[in-house]
Design a protein. Sequence first.
Length: 159
Amino acid sequence: MADNQYTMSQERLDELTKELEYLENVRTREVAELIKEARSFGDLSENSEYDEAKTEQGKLYSHIAEVKDLVEHAIVIEMEHGDGAGKVVVGNKVTVEDMEDGSREVYQIVGTQEADPREGRISNDSPLGRALLGHRAGDIAEVEAPVGTLRFKILEIMN
């Protein structure tokens, strides 16, 4: 069993697979050409173009390894649109009210690879995401945080 597992939608996995194919088939050839061209400039010990090309190659190989790890250890989660029997499920947008200050926020529950809190997309593995899953509109979800227990009332569940 893999040590690392990454939850993501099929759409995100497809994006990563396409990126990996580009990196391995196109970008690798481009960097190899840069190295070949830099070698033609002569003395490698004082050849900054060669050094830059080799650095670029190292970054590329590192990025390929990272993307390959994500693809190989992906766990595809189905974005469950539909009401999940009225419960919050991955894929839903959820309007919540902070029980302390009355502020309202809308979050979409997504896999870890799609999470972007600035865009309101929170991971199903995040403390708030885990707390919301399985609850219905009207329920109170509690999240343990360093500042204490945060309480959120679920106002609406949208597909």
